[in-house]
Design a protein around this ligand. Sequence first.
Ligand code: C5P
Length: 239
Amino acid sequence: MGRRHNDAVDSTSQIIVALDCDNRATAEAVVKRLGDECRFYKVGLELLTAVGPDIVECLVAQGKEVFLDLKLFEIPNSVAGAVRAAGALGVSMVTVHAMGGRGILSAAVEAARDFPGLRVLALTVVTSMTDADLADIGIDDATDGQVLRLARLAQRAGCHGVIASPLDVSALRSVLGPDALIVTPGVTLSGESPAEHARPDTPRAAITAGASHVVVGRSVTRAVDPASAFRRIRADLVP
Ligand code: C5P
């Protein structure tokens, strides 16, 4: 699954700030306020749909890395086309649903080969799903078992890594080995207290458990001073 996750990374490039908003002005204001402090942004379906792919090209033109969170779940031919389009925009990461099976994972990986900087990340079980939700769709396993099963499938298909909840990072690192990217949303410093630093949902806990990157959204983008919030998260990553 690609390079070793901890090769030549510093704490700044391990933090991906999610630009979850519905207009260009808000997204650009966050990027401007973070300035050189932040080098990696996640663009999701909301911003992409509201504003269009030009926002991605603008970020790339400014030297930023972009994680385009497309969460692809389509027939392999369409997935491959979307991955090529993402690669042409210059993004560094794109997501595909592992629940779509081996065919679409392989199609995504194959399509990404033309773009050496593009990493294909598999989504296993979205964090909002419970064991009961899995049962509803005919999956007779708990979420943690399903996460590991799909992560192994993604690795066999050649994916560079997975998106994982902080609680799954440690088991995934053991299963996937040192080379996989493990990108972890759901981390925050808000309401932090010394006791909370031990919780697995802090950036440091996620990285210590084996995540290669953490995704932070509102803790930074809605902070009164986003740059200062970003610096607090970066400081939290340094042991
Ligand atoms: O909560 P926050 O604003 O930091 O969310 C940032 C990103 O992380 C969102 O784009 C969302 O897709 C993702 N996220 C997630 N699972 C969670 C929390 C957030 O996938 N439990």
